[in-house]
Write a protein that binds this ligand. Sequence first.
Ligand code: 5RP
Length: 224
Amino acid sequence: MTQDEMKIEVAKAALKYVIPDSIIGVGTGSTANFFIDELATIKERIEGAVASSVATANRLEDHGITVFDLNDVEEISVYIDGADESDKQLNLIKGGGGALTREKIVAAVSSQFVCIADESKLVSVLGDFPLPVEVIPMSTNYAKRQIVKMTGGSPILREGFTTDNGNLILDIHDLKIKDPKRLENQLNNIVGIVTNGLFAGRGADILLLGTVNGVQTITPVIEN
Ligand code: 5RP
């Protein structure tokens, strides 16, 4: 089974978490795109969706799915999105597509977060995938210096990329993230950082993992 076939399987499996007559949150990336295509087959069952990026809003609208502005919505029943890495506690690294800030906002508002990913994304320790950080442009070099001091990692500017919010992305390489919640909070305290791609304070509730043996449903392992 190819990686794309695994992504399609988890996209299909996620349909059973879609709550009828509600507004759902939809993430960004290739796995989320497969989910949007599946969602289109049951679009009359939902009121509509809140998108975590301009690209996702466009794809939803192309399928005739109503897209709501988050400020017009009080409740999102479920958020469905991919990830770049997940550990067994369902702490995530996200933002490979640069949509981390809007993804984090939609995830925060949602009652449940269902993450969909192929098996390559499950890791024992987060950090092999460079951790994306969204920065206000004028703070880029200050943020880089602070990140090096704080983490020992190597922040690299994502060349030629601007987020939907008009900001820049630093990708932090060479991290082994032993305490995701702590690092998430520490990075967010650096002035000029909008947010970072660690989803630990609000991780996923369920991970649907596409494997060669089918879709596994994983819930967070509670550590003693
Ligand atoms: C975008 C994201 C994506 O969820 C993440 O990059 C995974 O993407 P894909 O489904 O293409 O592997 O966080 O900002």
